[in-house]
Ligand binder design. Structure first.
Ligand code: FNR
Length: 379
């Protein structure tokens, strides 16, 4: 309605409302290194493409005359009421696309009521992001460092700064073969922008001969093996439970046996994700992994989903296949590139409006009503 009313005054939306087209316009705005860091994926890009193709293979089957004029997008995830089944996926080094980076994202999330998941590889400290997020809802994503003291210290800080749920990313214990980033010599990282949380950490600093402000190279050389080559295995999960007194979910689960293992280990949920196709090139599309995982553990745990979500219809398809909520990745980062906090807000509000319209037009009043019966998947 707001867009129509503005149109009467000759005003246009700040940039496209088509989230599938945002990538192309971001390319015109960003330098090649940050653009390709965000848009690129592992290897030949096969899994990134498969993520989108899987959404195209499922079709919604709308129902008529159901009186879905009033919709309620609210849902409860891990004991927390969310205004909609959408969260902002953890994305590191956001200041490479806009100087405000994660601060702008945290403000936009708070402004729309959505939960932001802050990456360990944030370009701002977790305390700064918490302050920007204010009364908003925030979760913390952990890249599990090799050093237990650093890990415990970061978790303590995150709880103290009001991060509610811990998202432990399993699929990026080391970085995959990403040709675009290799071709650009990983310049965004060499500038040390994804290290704010570790470099501000007392336990991390205690292991350095000189603080990072005085000797950046030594600090980066300590950071890299600690965070991008971790050796953690299933038997170490109790350590996280010991150091985190809120819900814990494991992100990057694609096999039903791993989902079962997570539940058996007492985890509170899983995020079915292939990291937006950025890790295993040729891996199964995340949406194709979802039904098997829902069948394996759907009645025992909370299932979240990401990789490839671009439209309201995509959200509904993931919910119909067993997800409780989805995480949005690249699109909001392109919003950030286009206009900082306002850009992120434009993307989030657009997705929510699309979601509520498509929910209603398919004949539903609440996300909880969706089931596999609402999908067509065949010839
Ligand atoms: C990511 N992702 C990610 N995940 C994570 O757990 N920690 C992180 O620091 C990052 N960093 C990151 C940077 C960039 C530029 C991208 C695009 C992605 C993965 C992210 O959380 C999510 O799984 C995917 O982005 C989802 O796929 P789509 O929505 O981008 O297709």
């Amino acid at each position: 309605n707001e867009i129509y009313l503005h149109g009467l005054e000759g005003r246009h939306p700040p940039f496209t409302t088509d989230l599938t087209a945002l990538e192309a316009s971001a390319r015109e705005r960003l330098a090649p290194e940050p653009y390709w860091y965000v848009a690129g994926s592992a290897g030949s890009g096969a899994t990134d493409r498969a993520n989108r193709e899987a959404f195209d293979r499922y079709r919604l089957v709308p129902r008529m005359l159901t009186g879905a004029t009033e919709r309620d997008l609210r849902t409860t995830v891990l004991g927390q009421e969310l205004p909609a089944p959408v969260l902002l996926a953890p994305v590191g080094v956001q200041s490479i696309v806009h100087p405000d980076g994660e601060l702008a994202t945290a403000r936009a999330a708070a402004g729309t009521g959505l939960t932001t998941v802050l990456s360990t590889a944030s370009s701002h400290t977790l305390e700064e992001v918490a302050e920007a997020n204010g009364d908003g809802s925030r979760w913390f994503q952990l890249y599990w460092p090799n050093d237990d003291d650093v890990c415990a210290s970061i978790l303590r800080r995150a709880r103290g700064a009001g991060y509610r749920t811990l998202v432990v990313t399993l699929d990026t214990w080391t970085l995959a073969w990403r040709p675009h980033d290799l071709d650009h010599a990983y310049l965004p990282f060499i500038r040390g922008v994804g290290t704010a949380i570790a470099f501000s950490d007392p336990a991390f600093r205690a292991g350095l001969a000189a603080p990072p402000e005085e000797d950046l190279t030594s600090a980066v050389l300590r950071w890299v093996p600690m965070f991008t080559g971790t050796d953690r295995t299933w038997d170490r999960l109790p350590f996280l439970r010991e150091h985190w007194d809120g819900p814990i979910v494991l992100k990057g689960v694609q096999h039903p046996d791993d989902a079962r293992r997570a539940v058996d280990a007492g985890m509170d949920g899983v995020v079915v994700s292939n990291h937006g196709g950025r890790q295993v090139d040729g891996a199964v599309a995340s949406l194709d992994a979802l039904p098997r995982i829902a069948e394996a553990v759907g009645d025992r745990t909370e299932i979240l989903f990401d990789s490839g979500v671009r439209t309201g219809a995509d959200v509904l398809k993931a919910l119909a296949l067993g997800a409780k909520a989805v995480l949005l990745g690249r699109p909001y980062v392109y919003g950030l590139a286009h206009g900082g906090e306002d850009g992120v807000r434009h993307v989030l509000r657009g997705l929510l409006a699309d979601l509520t319209l498509t929910l209603g037009l398919t004949g539903h009043s609440s996300p909880a009503e969706l089931s596999p019966d609402d999908l067509w998947h065949g010839r």
